[in-house]
Design a protein around this ligand. Structure first.
Ligand code: M6R
Length: 608
């Protein structure tokens, strides 16, 4: 969380930094700041609020410099004030830095420095780092940073400028993402590689315990002892245009509309002639698959819900013992994992601290690890190694949409491929599911064509007190995701329950102000779910039904119906989630919420 950016080169530094920060706002947006070197002096500008406010302030004051660093903050230590906003400058005015992460022993460092007479000015943990550097700096930046890395504990991506080195940006990383880029006569660093796409596609992802010097002439890399090493670049296959909103009012809406293409793209090269084939990406053998008795799916938030979809689908044709665990819990529980375990980590960003720590634990216990991520070269990709990449392109809206559908596509393929390797997936099921998956993009497009009707339904419920989402079997996981989307962007309370569980407690909350969104596809659980709809109606709850096209009977229970195309039972989550995303989007829009940057949330959660 927090986004950082640094630039040295021939362009307008303030413009490059501010535009780069705007691309990082999804990572934090409570305050922002920039610092440059001008005429041998460090100058800074900070504000509470968004990068746009910082840009206005910079414009008014003609803020300019030759080399610069910037930050958009998601507060952890210290309130949201201009004083606590980054960059932070040492009391002697010689060093300035921005930081993403948490310095755990900040209090100790502060006490030690205060005892030496150093004056502190903020409530942040970050200030301990800059004051420490100011205290030890004697003209050799590398040496000062080496000392700092030995003194601080915690997670950090630091971008640092020294007042007497106007051509040098220094960076150091442990635990928080940081990427470095270089083009002719200019150098960059950022938390998110998408901020660099406009300038270069060949980047260096910083590793833990690594520092770098970025100059106009090039970049050098060192370990935390200051020893230099060579580092290969990684090529980014994303396009800068993918990070624009186009004609859409919000990234979230654009990303919802990209889903037919994303699913088609995810299937490309992985299915052909009715068969799934992941052998180009996974070097697994039938012996491997036979050895793995257990599958642990580990993730957070939306990615976790994607794994619940996978679990439900895989249970219909495989014999694995499957667990789906929230990464922040997995880490601290004693869940047996070893050579008989395949641990699958799912993370859109590939930077989620909880998921990363859980992966390290599973690896240390001897499990075979696989990651499913949207960001090639992300920390979890580099650490786990074996990966399936979701080709969804950059997702900018904080609420995940297209990456969820990409994840469930790839997870479904993974489940089928594994079961096939074990000889558990019969050819007929494989053919049936592959053919139905190929039809999903068209079906999603047909749901998107109903956007106006879904929007009208959503607007009618924008003043509700909260929502329940219910579903049975494979209708339950999309209910979870639908409720999460609504919570995240509309700030309305929403909970999902397996429909049959309502009567065991939650039903007590039902009344005319608490609508129930019932996912009720045609199939063997239809009648049971309809009974739960009736129970809700008896408590006066308005019902919104997500039902199968042609289901006329559902009209007896409610007039608020979102019809979805028929599909195989296993694939209902694909079909159900898109109208729920639109439903949440239009409720949030009606309520005037900040859809792409909902309060208190950050897209990539790099703290525990
Ligand atoms: O990048 P990750 O998939 O690891 O992120 C996990 C969650 O933080 C993320 O899914 C979060 O729940 C989103 N805001 C969902 O919209």
């Amino acid at each position: 969380m927090c986004g950082i950016m640094g630039y040295v080169g021939f362009r307008d530094t303030t413009k490059v930094i501010l535009e780069g920060l705007a691309k990082h706002e999804y990572r934090g947006y409570d305050s922002a700041g920039i610092a440059v070197i001008r005429d041998g002096r460090i100058e800074d500008l900070r504000t509470v609020g968004r990068v746009a406010q910082l840009a206005e302030k910079a414009e008014r004051s003609g803020f300019r410099g030759d080399i610069g660093i910037g930050h958009t903050r998601w507060a952890t230590h210290g309130g949201v004030t201009e004083n606590n906003a980054h960059p932070h400058i040492s009391s002697d005015g010689r060093v300035v830095l921005v930081h993403n992460g948490i310095i755990e022993n900040a209090r100790d460092i502060r006490a030690e420095l205060e005892a030496c007479g150093v004056k502190f000015h903020t409530e942040t943990d970050t200030e301990s780092a800059v004051q420490y550097l100011g205290h030890v700096y004697d003209g050799d930046p590398k040496e000062a940073i080496v000392k700092l890395t030995k003194r601080v504990r915690g997670a950090f991506a630091l971008v640092i400028i020294f007042h007497d080195k106007p051509n040098e940006i220094w960076v150091a990383r442990k635990g928080s993402p940081l990427v470095v880029g270089h083009a002719e006569n200019e150098g960059f660093c950022a938390s998110d590689p998408t901020a660099l796409l406009e300038f270069t596609h060949d980047v260096w992802f910083m590793d833990d315990d690594e520092m770098a010097l970025i100059k106009r002439e090039g970049c050098e890399f060192f370990d935390f002892n200051g020893d230099r090493h060579e580092k290969p670049t990684m090529h980014l296959d994303w396009d800068a245009a993918m990070t624009n909103r186009g004609a859409y009012p919000h990234f979230m809406l654009k990303e919802i509309h990209e889903q037919p293409e994303v699913v088609a793209h995810t299937l490309l090269g992985r299915v052909a002639e009715g068969e799934v084939d992941l052998s180009r990406e996974l070097g697994w053998t039938a012996e491997d698959a036979a050895k793995w008795k257990k599958i642990h799916f580990i993730a957070c938030g939306t990615s976790h819900y994607a794994t619940i979809v996978a679990q439900h689908i895989m249970e219909t044709f495989g014999s694995f013992e499957i667990r789906t665990e929230v990464a922040s819990e997995y880490r601290y529980r004693n869940i047996p994992a070893g050579e008989d375990t395949l641990a699958v980590f799912v993370s859109q960003s590939g930077e989620t601290a909880d998921t990363l720590h859980a992966a390290r634990l599973a690896k240390s216990r001897g499990a075979r690890c696989l990651v499913i991520t949207n960001v090639r070269g992300s920390t979890i990709h580099r650490e786990v190694g074996e990966a399936l990449i979701t080709p969804a392109g950059p997702e900018i809206g904080v609420a995940a949409t297209k990456t969820f559908t990409a994840q469930i596509t790839i997870l479904t393929l993974l489940g089928m491929y594994l079961s096939k390797l074990r000889g558990e997936l019969d050819a007929e099921t494989e053919k049936r599911l592959v053919s139905a998956m190929m039809d999903i993009p068209g079906k999603l497009a047909s749901i998107l064509s109903q956007e106006k009707d879904i929007a009208a339904t959503a607007r009618n419920f924008a003043d509700a007190r909260g929502f329940f989402f219910i579903g049975r079997g494979l209708a339950y996981p999309p209910a979870l995701e639908g409720a999460l989307k609504l919570k995240e962007i509309s700030y309305l309370h929403a909970e999902a329950y397996p429909a049959g569980e309502m009567k065991h407690g939650p039903i007590a909350l039902l009344d005319k102000e608490l609508p129930v969104v019932a996912l009720v596809p045609k199939g063997e659980l239809w009648e049971k779910t309809v009974s739960n709809i009736e129970e809700s109606m008896a408590r006066k709850s308005p019902i919104i039904a997500v039902a199968t096209e042609g289901d006329e009977e559902i009209g007896h229970y409610t007039e608020n119906i979102i019809f979805t195309p028929e599909t195989e039972t296993e694939l209902f989550p694909f079909i159900a989630v898109v109208p729920l995303q639109l439903f949440a989007y239009y409720i949030a829009r009606q309520r005037g919420c900040d859809i792409d940057m909902p309060r208190n949330l950050a897209k990539s959660v790099t703290v525990e």
